[in-house]
Ligand binder design. Structure first.
Ligand SMILES: NC(=O)c1ccc[n+]([C@@H]2O[C@H](COP(=O)([O-])OP(=O)(O)OC[C@H]3O[C@@H](n4cnc5c(N)ncnc54)[C@H](OP(=O)(O)O)[C@@H]3O)[C@@H](O)[C@H]2O)c1
Length: 252
Protein backbone atom coordinates (compact mmCIF):
# COMPACT_ATOMS: atom_id res chain seq x y z
CA UNK A 1 0.00 0.00 0.00
CA UNK A 2 1.28 3.48 -0.78
CA UNK A 3 1.10 6.40 1.61
CA UNK A 4 -0.22 9.64 0.14
CA UNK A 5 1.88 12.56 1.30
CA UNK A 6 1.79 16.32 0.77
CA UNK A 7 4.98 18.34 1.08
CA UNK A 8 4.91 21.90 2.38
CA UNK A 9 7.52 24.27 0.93
CA UNK A 10 8.17 21.81 -1.86
CA UNK A 11 10.54 24.23 -3.67
CA UNK A 12 12.78 24.65 -0.60
CA UNK A 13 16.01 22.80 0.22
CA UNK A 14 14.23 20.21 2.38
CA UNK A 15 11.20 20.17 0.08
CA UNK A 16 13.53 19.17 -2.77
CA UNK A 17 15.25 16.49 -0.65
CA UNK A 18 11.83 15.06 0.27
CA UNK A 19 10.68 15.06 -3.37
CA UNK A 20 13.80 13.16 -4.43
CA UNK A 21 13.59 10.63 -1.57
CA UNK A 22 9.83 9.98 -1.86
CA UNK A 23 9.80 10.16 -5.66
CA UNK A 24 12.24 7.22 -5.83
CA UNK A 25 10.31 5.15 -3.27
CA UNK A 26 7.22 3.12 -4.24
CA UNK A 27 5.87 3.33 -0.67
CA UNK A 28 4.99 7.01 -1.25
CA UNK A 29 2.71 8.93 -3.56
CA UNK A 30 3.24 12.72 -3.57
CA UNK A 31 -0.29 14.09 -3.99
CA UNK A 32 0.30 17.79 -3.28
CA UNK A 33 2.66 20.50 -2.21
CA UNK A 34 2.75 24.17 -1.27
CA UNK A 35 4.71 27.18 -2.42
CA UNK A 36 4.05 30.91 -2.15
CA UNK A 37 4.84 30.95 -5.87
CA UNK A 38 3.14 27.80 -7.23
CA UNK A 39 3.55 28.84 -10.89
CA UNK A 40 7.34 28.48 -10.53
CA UNK A 41 6.88 24.81 -9.56
CA UNK A 42 5.31 23.99 -12.93
CA UNK A 43 3.11 21.32 -11.35
CA UNK A 44 -0.67 21.60 -10.91
CA UNK A 45 -0.48 19.73 -7.59
CA UNK A 46 1.59 22.58 -6.10
CA UNK A 47 -0.65 25.30 -4.70
CA UNK A 48 -0.54 28.14 -2.15
CA UNK A 49 -3.24 26.83 0.15
CA UNK A 50 -2.22 24.10 2.64
CA UNK A 51 -5.82 22.84 2.95
CA UNK A 52 -6.01 22.32 -0.83
CA UNK A 53 -2.54 20.71 -1.00
CA UNK A 54 -3.46 18.28 1.80
CA UNK A 55 -6.91 17.40 0.43
CA UNK A 56 -5.84 13.95 -0.82
CA UNK A 57 -2.98 13.34 1.64
CA UNK A 58 -2.73 10.86 4.50
CA UNK A 59 0.29 12.65 5.97
CA UNK A 60 1.50 16.27 5.80
CA UNK A 61 5.28 16.86 5.83
CA UNK A 62 6.37 20.38 6.68
CA UNK A 63 9.85 21.94 6.64
CA UNK A 64 9.04 25.65 6.15
CA UNK A 65 8.75 28.46 8.69
CA UNK A 66 7.06 28.52 12.13
CA UNK A 67 4.26 30.78 10.87
CA UNK A 68 3.60 28.65 7.77
CA UNK A 69 3.69 25.36 9.73
CA UNK A 70 1.18 26.64 12.30
CA UNK A 71 -1.16 27.92 9.59
CA UNK A 72 -0.94 24.52 7.88
CA UNK A 73 -1.76 22.66 11.11
CA UNK A 74 -4.92 24.79 11.36
CA UNK A 75 -5.80 24.07 7.73
CA UNK A 76 -5.36 20.31 8.21
CA UNK A 77 -8.45 20.15 10.43
CA UNK A 78 -10.62 20.43 7.29
CA UNK A 79 -8.74 17.64 5.46
CA UNK A 80 -8.45 13.85 5.69
CA UNK A 81 -4.77 14.03 6.78
CA UNK A 82 -4.26 11.88 9.85
CA UNK A 83 -0.73 12.93 10.73
CA UNK A 84 1.77 15.76 10.32
CA UNK A 85 5.56 15.62 10.36
CA UNK A 86 6.98 18.95 11.49
CA UNK A 87 10.68 19.56 10.81
CA UNK A 88 10.51 23.36 10.87
CA UNK A 89 12.65 24.94 13.60
CA UNK A 90 12.70 28.31 15.36
CA UNK A 91 9.32 28.18 17.13
CA UNK A 92 8.72 30.45 20.14
CA UNK A 93 7.39 28.99 23.42
CA UNK A 94 3.89 30.25 22.53
CA UNK A 95 4.15 28.56 19.14
CA UNK A 96 5.33 25.35 20.88
CA UNK A 97 2.09 25.43 22.87
CA UNK A 98 0.05 25.89 19.68
CA UNK A 99 1.67 22.71 18.27
CA UNK A 100 0.75 20.80 21.44
CA UNK A 101 -2.85 22.01 21.05
CA UNK A 102 -2.94 20.90 17.40
CA UNK A 103 -1.64 17.48 18.51
CA UNK A 104 -4.95 16.93 20.30
CA UNK A 105 -6.56 16.63 16.84
CA UNK A 106 -3.87 14.96 14.73
CA UNK A 107 -0.76 12.81 15.27
CA UNK A 108 2.27 15.10 15.07
CA UNK A 109 5.87 13.93 14.91
CA UNK A 110 8.05 16.92 15.62
CA UNK A 111 11.84 17.01 15.77
CA UNK A 112 14.58 19.59 15.42
CA UNK A 113 16.52 16.84 13.62
CA UNK A 114 15.12 13.79 11.81
CA UNK A 115 18.46 11.95 11.43
CA UNK A 116 19.01 8.65 13.20
CA UNK A 117 22.47 9.81 14.30
CA UNK A 118 21.28 12.95 16.10
CA UNK A 119 18.34 11.14 17.71
CA UNK A 120 20.83 8.64 19.14
CA UNK A 121 23.29 11.41 20.04
CA UNK A 122 20.57 13.05 22.17
CA UNK A 123 20.22 9.76 24.10
CA UNK A 124 23.99 9.70 24.77
CA UNK A 125 23.97 13.36 25.81
CA UNK A 126 21.10 12.77 28.25
CA UNK A 127 22.95 9.82 29.80
CA UNK A 128 26.30 11.65 29.97
CA UNK A 129 24.72 14.72 31.60
CA UNK A 130 23.07 12.51 34.23
CA UNK A 131 26.25 10.55 34.98
CA UNK A 132 28.76 13.41 34.95
CA UNK A 133 26.96 15.86 37.22
CA UNK A 134 27.23 19.64 37.57
CA UNK A 135 31.04 19.83 37.92
CA UNK A 136 31.20 19.25 34.14
CA UNK A 137 30.33 22.38 32.13
CA UNK A 138 28.14 21.64 29.11
CA UNK A 139 28.82 23.60 25.90
CA UNK A 140 27.00 22.99 22.61
CA UNK A 141 28.59 24.04 19.31
CA UNK A 142 26.76 24.13 16.00
CA UNK A 143 27.61 25.17 12.44
CA UNK A 144 25.25 25.56 9.45
CA UNK A 145 25.08 27.08 5.97
CA UNK A 146 24.93 30.86 5.59
CA UNK A 147 21.20 30.96 4.70
CA UNK A 148 19.90 29.40 7.92
CA UNK A 149 17.60 31.87 9.69
CA UNK A 150 17.29 30.56 13.26
CA UNK A 151 20.08 30.30 15.84
CA UNK A 152 20.91 28.27 17.84
CA UNK A 153 19.70 25.51 15.52
CA UNK A 154 16.71 23.33 16.41
CA UNK A 155 19.18 20.45 16.76
CA UNK A 156 21.36 22.38 19.22
CA UNK A 157 18.25 23.13 21.29
CA UNK A 158 17.15 19.48 21.10
CA UNK A 159 20.60 18.43 22.39
CA UNK A 160 20.44 21.14 25.06
CA UNK A 161 17.03 19.88 26.18
CA UNK A 162 18.42 16.32 26.41
CA UNK A 163 21.36 17.56 28.50
CA UNK A 164 19.01 19.54 30.77
CA UNK A 165 16.77 16.48 31.21
CA UNK A 166 19.84 14.45 32.20
CA UNK A 167 20.37 17.03 34.94
CA UNK A 168 16.70 16.82 35.99
CA UNK A 169 15.93 20.28 34.67
CA UNK A 170 14.41 22.23 31.77
CA UNK A 171 16.62 23.95 29.21
CA UNK A 172 14.80 27.26 29.72
CA UNK A 173 16.29 27.41 33.26
CA UNK A 174 19.88 26.58 32.19
CA UNK A 175 20.29 28.12 28.72
CA UNK A 176 23.32 30.38 28.19
CA UNK A 177 23.37 32.11 24.80
CA UNK A 178 26.19 34.29 23.41
CA UNK A 179 27.99 35.84 26.37
CA UNK A 180 31.10 37.68 27.48
CA UNK A 181 33.13 37.28 30.66
CA UNK A 182 33.31 34.36 33.10
CA UNK A 183 31.03 31.38 32.63
CA UNK A 184 28.08 31.20 35.04
CA UNK A 185 28.00 27.87 36.95
CA UNK A 186 25.64 25.09 35.95
CA UNK A 187 24.36 26.54 32.68
CA UNK A 188 24.23 24.95 29.24
CA UNK A 189 26.11 27.14 26.76
CA UNK A 190 25.51 27.56 23.02
CA UNK A 191 27.95 28.70 20.33
CA UNK A 192 26.88 29.25 16.72
CA UNK A 193 28.79 29.44 13.43
CA UNK A 194 27.30 30.21 9.98
CA UNK A 195 29.02 29.83 6.64
CA UNK A 196 29.06 28.36 3.14
CA UNK A 197 27.04 25.23 2.50
CA UNK A 198 27.51 23.36 5.81
CA UNK A 199 24.55 20.94 6.10
CA UNK A 200 24.84 20.64 9.88
CA UNK A 201 27.56 20.04 12.48
CA UNK A 202 26.91 19.63 16.20
CA UNK A 203 29.15 18.88 19.17
CA UNK A 204 28.34 18.67 22.86
CA UNK A 205 31.31 19.07 25.20
CA UNK A 206 31.37 18.16 28.87
CA UNK A 207 34.34 20.04 30.33
CA UNK A 208 35.89 19.34 33.72
CA UNK A 209 39.10 20.84 35.13
CA UNK A 210 41.35 18.08 33.74
CA UNK A 211 39.43 16.41 30.91
CA UNK A 212 36.86 17.13 28.21
CA UNK A 213 34.40 14.63 26.72
CA UNK A 214 32.96 15.64 23.32
CA UNK A 215 30.12 13.87 21.50
CA UNK A 216 29.53 15.02 17.95
CA UNK A 217 27.56 14.51 14.74
CA UNK A 218 27.93 15.72 11.19
CA UNK A 219 25.19 15.59 8.55
CA UNK A 220 26.78 15.08 5.12
CA UNK A 221 23.59 15.34 3.05
CA UNK A 222 20.12 16.69 3.90
CA UNK A 223 18.76 13.43 2.44
CA UNK A 224 19.23 12.00 5.97
CA UNK A 225 16.55 14.40 7.28
CA UNK A 226 14.23 13.52 4.38
CA UNK A 227 14.68 9.78 4.99
CA UNK A 228 13.94 10.27 8.70
CA UNK A 229 10.86 12.39 7.97
CA UNK A 230 9.53 9.75 5.56
CA UNK A 231 10.14 7.00 8.15
CA UNK A 232 8.21 9.17 10.61
CA UNK A 233 5.36 9.56 8.09
CA UNK A 234 5.01 5.78 7.70
CA UNK A 235 5.12 5.34 11.48
CA UNK A 236 2.63 8.13 12.26
CA UNK A 237 -0.01 7.26 9.64
CA UNK A 238 -1.95 4.95 11.98
CA UNK A 239 -1.18 6.64 15.31
CA UNK A 240 -3.83 8.37 17.44
CA UNK A 241 -3.61 12.16 17.94
CA UNK A 242 -0.65 13.14 20.12
CA UNK A 243 2.74 14.81 20.05
CA UNK A 244 5.52 12.36 19.16
CA UNK A 245 9.26 12.60 18.53
CA UNK A 246 11.89 10.66 16.59
CA UNK A 247 12.57 8.76 19.83
CA UNK A 248 9.08 7.30 19.46
CA UNK A 249 9.58 6.57 15.76
CA UNK A 250 12.88 4.75 16.39
CA UNK A 251 11.57 3.05 19.54
CA UNK A 252 14.37 4.45 21.75
N1 LIG B 1 14.21 18.95 11.61
C1 LIG B 1 15.16 18.69 10.70
O1 LIG B 1 15.70 17.57 10.59
C2 LIG B 1 15.55 19.80 9.76
C3 LIG B 1 16.54 19.61 8.78
C4 LIG B 1 16.80 20.65 7.88
C5 LIG B 1 16.11 21.86 7.99
N2 LIG B 1 15.17 22.00 8.97
C6 LIG B 1 14.35 23.20 9.10
O2 LIG B 1 13.39 23.17 8.06
C7 LIG B 1 13.02 24.51 7.70
C8 LIG B 1 13.22 24.70 6.20
O3 LIG B 1 14.59 24.54 5.90
P1 LIG B 1 15.11 24.65 4.40
O4 LIG B 1 16.59 24.59 4.49
O5 LIG B 1 14.40 23.67 3.54
O6 LIG B 1 14.64 26.13 4.06
P2 LIG B 1 14.28 26.77 2.63
O7 LIG B 1 15.13 26.20 1.56
O8 LIG B 1 14.27 28.24 2.85
O9 LIG B 1 12.80 26.26 2.35
C9 LIG B 1 11.69 26.68 3.10
C10 LIG B 1 10.50 26.73 2.21
O10 LIG B 1 9.39 27.16 2.99
C11 LIG B 1 8.51 27.88 2.16
N3 LIG B 1 7.96 29.04 2.89
C12 LIG B 1 8.65 30.03 3.45
N4 LIG B 1 7.79 30.94 4.01
C13 LIG B 1 6.55 30.47 3.78
C14 LIG B 1 5.27 30.95 4.09
N5 LIG B 1 5.08 32.08 4.80
N6 LIG B 1 4.20 30.22 3.70
C15 LIG B 1 4.38 29.07 3.01
N7 LIG B 1 5.59 28.56 2.67
C16 LIG B 1 6.66 29.27 3.05
C17 LIG B 1 9.32 28.40 0.99
O11 LIG B 1 8.69 28.00 -0.20
P3 LIG B 1 8.37 29.09 -1.38
O12 LIG B 1 9.53 30.02 -1.42
O13 LIG B 1 8.21 28.23 -2.56
O14 LIG B 1 7.12 29.74 -0.94
C18 LIG B 1 10.65 27.70 1.08
O15 LIG B 1 10.97 27.01 -0.10
C19 LIG B 1 13.89 25.42 8.58
O16 LIG B 1 13.17 25.77 9.74
C20 LIG B 1 15.07 24.52 8.96
O17 LIG B 1 15.70 24.90 10.14
C21 LIG B 1 14.89 21.01 9.85
Amino acid sequence: MTLSIAIAGIRGRMGGALMRAAGDDPRFDIVGGTSRNPAAAGDAAVVKDAGVAAAKADVWIDFTTPQASLAALDALTTTRARAAIIGTTGFTLDQDRAISTAAQRVAIVRSGNFSVGVTLLAEFVRAAAAKLGPAWDIEIFEAHHRRKVDAPSGTALLLGEAAAEGRGNHLAELRLDARQGARPEGGIGFAVARGGGIVGQHAVSFAAEREVLTLSHQALDRAVFADGALAAALWAADKPPGLYSMRDVLGL
